[in-house]
Ligand binder design. Structure first.
Ligand code: AVJ
Ligand code: FE
Length: 431
């Protein structure tokens, strides 16, 4: 058992590093060190930051080893320097950063060989610290993928297109009222904000069987949705005006209509694909125009986990099995969301499709702790963000790795952000 866990962790660490390498070796040193958007770090910062977190938690804390580099912690502390200021820091050069993450990783494999998972120490129990650190790397890999999307120049990432639609999801699904279990005590690598499991009473509601598509969203645009204040919240309208929003990020207009630029390629808009790169305020305006609203976080999680046959909350919409390629579009296997209806095997028992993968889904809730929350192992992962100007995002995107998403996983961002792989689906009251 312990040996199995060791092998699983080693394989996951290797798999994750392969992805990091792909994202940081397909571009030249200039692209690694430049800033592609003030919203993002230079890629070379993400790379060394991943290594530095791994060193802090696994080499020094779990392993009790001497520092690999004792002099760079401050440079790679996300709270010390804002993203926009990071290019001006005396960062490790690309070759130094690669050597550093490699040295850290060698020590981590040594720590992994010797660690006792059955120790009473909560940090290593069930391999948690390793799971946390490989999820952290995967989270930064998704951030780096968003940086690649913002980068200009010739395409460097390649992947087969997502699978075609093979099912037609129903329009909306009724989720019966009643309590369900939200959050978890049993997911070994769940982060602090997903804990603990608690009962939540959710009145009956309707939820869209699939994310809102480009076709749906174009109808909102064609109906003048961006120019009609009625559909926007007060803050949303102010932002729409000041930012000059008129289409999702990365959409380009020419004489024939809209196209998008995706990882350096210009492509026609696929009306069957979930809309991506919209901010919370755009999602909210679309929902109002459609006579609906965004789901709450509890509604989203009930739709994703609650099994009406047993009343139990499951790990994923399709059951308790980990995500396979037949279930969901995850892990940068494709460089786009899949059309609606491409993953019938991933649907919930009630027929809600594509909750996991494709696009992160904005929900209407802010970031609040669950009852009995305890920061673990560090306050800066979640606790310092509670009550801030955030909205939650659920379900992961095509750029989220399987190790970094669960039906309990909670993501958040400012409501104006749209450089992330964000889309949404709508809900409405049943009464
Ligand atoms: C959970 C995605 C909001 O990227 O800011 C990475 C994850 N925390 N390093 C982020 C995270 C520390 C976090 N999100
Ligand atoms: Fe980080």
């Amino acid at each position: 058992m312990t040996q199995d866990l060791r092998l699983t962790i080693a394989a996951e660490l290797e798999r994750t590093r392969t992805r990091t390498a792909l994202l940081t070796e397909t571009v030249d040193d200039d692209d690694l060190t430049r800033q592609h958007s003030p919203l993002m770090s230079p890629l070379v910062w993400d790379l060394a930051h991943v290594g530095n977190q791994e060193e802090l938690w696994l080499v020094r804390d779990v392993g009790g080893r001497d520092p690999v580099r004792h002099d760079i912690d401050e440079l790679y502390d996300a709270f010390k320097h804002a993203r926009r200021d990071r290019p001006a820091l005396p960062l490790l050069k690309p070759a130094e950063a690669r050597a550093y993450v490699g040295q850290v990783r060698d020590k981590v494999f040594d720590v992994l060989d010797r660690v006792r998972f059955d120790s009473s120490e909560r940090l290593v129990d069930g391999g948690f610290a390793f799971g946390m650190i490989l999820q952290h790397e995967q989270q930064h890999d998704e951030t780096m993928l968003a940086t690649h999307q913002l980068r200009t120049g010739a395409p460097v990432l390649h992947a087969p297109p997502p699978p075609p639609a093979v099912a037609i999801p129903a329009g909306e699904i009724l989720i019966k009222g009643g309590t369900f279990t939200m959050g978890t005590d049993t997911e070994p690598w769940a982060l602090d904000n997903e804990r603990s499991a608690h009962r939540v009473d959710v009145p009956a509601f309707w939820i869209d069987a699939a994310p809102v598509t480009n076709g749906d969203y174009l109808a909102f645009m064609d109906a003048g949705g961006y120019d009609d204040e009625r559909w926007w919240s007060e803050r949303g309208w102010a932002h729409r005006q000041s930012a000059g929003l008129e289409a999702p990020l990365h959409w380009l207009r020419d004489q024939d209509g809209w196209q998008y630029r995706r990882f350096g390629r210009i492509e026609p808009i696929d009306p069957a694909e979930p809309v991506v790169h919209v901010c919370y305020f755009e999602a909210e305006a679309y929902a109002a125009w459609a006579g609906k609203r965004l789901p709450t976080e509890a509604e989203w999680e009930k739709a994703a986990r609650w099994d009406p046959a047993t009343g139990r909350s499951r790990r994923f919409p399709w059951g308790d099995d980990p995500p396979g390629p037949e279930h969901a579009n995850l892990g940068q296997r494709h460089l786009a969301p899949a059309p609606v209806g491409a993953y019938p095997a991933g649907a919930s028992p009630l027929g809600v499709h594509q909750l996991i993968g494709d696009v992160w889904e904005w929900v209407s809730s802010g970031f609040e702790p669950y009852p009995g929350f305890a920061a673990f192992p560090y306050r800066e992962y979640s606790e310092v963000f509670f009550g801030g100007d955030y909205r939650m995002l659920r379900g992961g995107s095509f750029g989220t790795d399987t190790a970094a998403v669960r039906s309990t996983f909670r993501n958040w961002d400012h409501p104006i952000r749209r450089q992330i792989f964000s889309g949404f689906r709508c809900a409405r009251d049943a009464s």
